[in-house]
Design a protein around this ligand. Structure first.
Ligand SMILES: C[S@@+](CC[C@H](N)C(=O)[O-])C[C@H]1O[C@@H](n2cnc3c(N)ncnc32)[C@H](O)[C@@H]1O
Length: 250
């Protein structure tokens, strides 16, 4: 865990907004030390992060709720998800957006990109990353975080696995699935449901449970897999267990 944001706040380089703060992109080890829990709303996306944050004493919410006085964005790795969080942040608040991210997530490029459309502070560099504050700006042409239907008819969302199209390995796996599958099947790490649909093409499948850590991907899967045999579970497969024994696991 880095303490970049905490240090920036402690040293007066960044001021957290007065009032309600919405936090986007928090993961298990995000630096929340400077935030006041009583006026902070953490939006969770990954189930394992939700559990890890809970273990650290932080409640996280599934929906962003009403307007906030400011937003903290922990920049994710995927560029389209970074943009989607900036868009959501500006939709949720007219106040400052504090962005924290490591170089490995392309924070320098994000900084340059935001600077072309908003009033942005100097970037404070620490621990192989940057913190900066965004005021104003129009991000309404950046993607929404919610699933959207692509030209190929599949629903996907920023930051999901293979967000731009069907993954070649998944397409290969779909062709390699046994033609005959029967009974109850688990799709572990189902993503936005590409393989699930192929599994459900087998008439012998009586039930399919899609288990996925990324709640946004699972919401896309819900749109892609319209089948009464399908059930959707947002969980970490490392700890999740089915109620009943199953016949196949994909
Ligand atoms: C390589 S992708 C495959 C997605 C889908 N099965 C396909 O072929 O298009 C792996 C998926 O597993 C999910 N995943 C990774 N770790 C997980 C975990 N511990 N529990 C549940 N899902 C996980 C990822 O979010 C991702 O959607």
């Amino acid at each position: 865990m880095t303490d970049r944001l905490s240090l920036a706040v402690a040293r007066g380089i960044v001021a957290l907004p007065e009032g309600e703060v919405l936090v986007l992109g928090a993961v298990a080890d995000s630096d929340l030390g400077a935030l006041d829990e009583a006026r902070t709303r953490l939006l969770w996306r990954y189930h394992d992060a939700h559990l890890a944050l809970a273990a650290r004493g932080w409640n996280s919410v599934r929906k962003p709720g009403g307007p906030a006085d400011g937003v903290v964005v922990f920049a994710p790795r995927a560029r389209d998800a970074q943009r989607a969080y900036l868009r959501l942040a500006r939709e949720m608040s007219d106040g400052p957006i504090i962005v924290d991210g490591p170089k490995t997530h392309g924070i320098d490029a994000l900084y340059r990109e935001i600077r072309q459309r908003a009033d942005v502070s100097e970037a404070w560099s620490k621990a192989h990353g940057k913190v900066f504050v965004v005021n104003g700006g129009d991000f309404s042409d950046w993607p929404e975080i919610h699933p959207a239907k692509g030209a190929d008819g599949w629903w996907r969302a920023p930051g999901v696995f293979s967000a731009d199209g069907i993954d070649k390995a998944s397409a290969f796996l779909a062709t390699e699935l046994p033609l005959k599958l029967e009974g109850a099947v688990l799709d572990l790490g189902a993503g936005w449901g590409y393989l699930s649909r192929a599994i459900l093409e087998r008439d012998g499948v009586t039930a399919l449970t899609l288990v996925e850590n990324d709640e946004t991907a699972l919401r896309a899967a819900y749109r892609n897999v319209e089948d009464d045999r399908a059930a959707f579970v947002c969980a970490d497969v490392r700890t999740w267990r089915p109620d009943q024994p199953v016949d196949h696991v994909v």
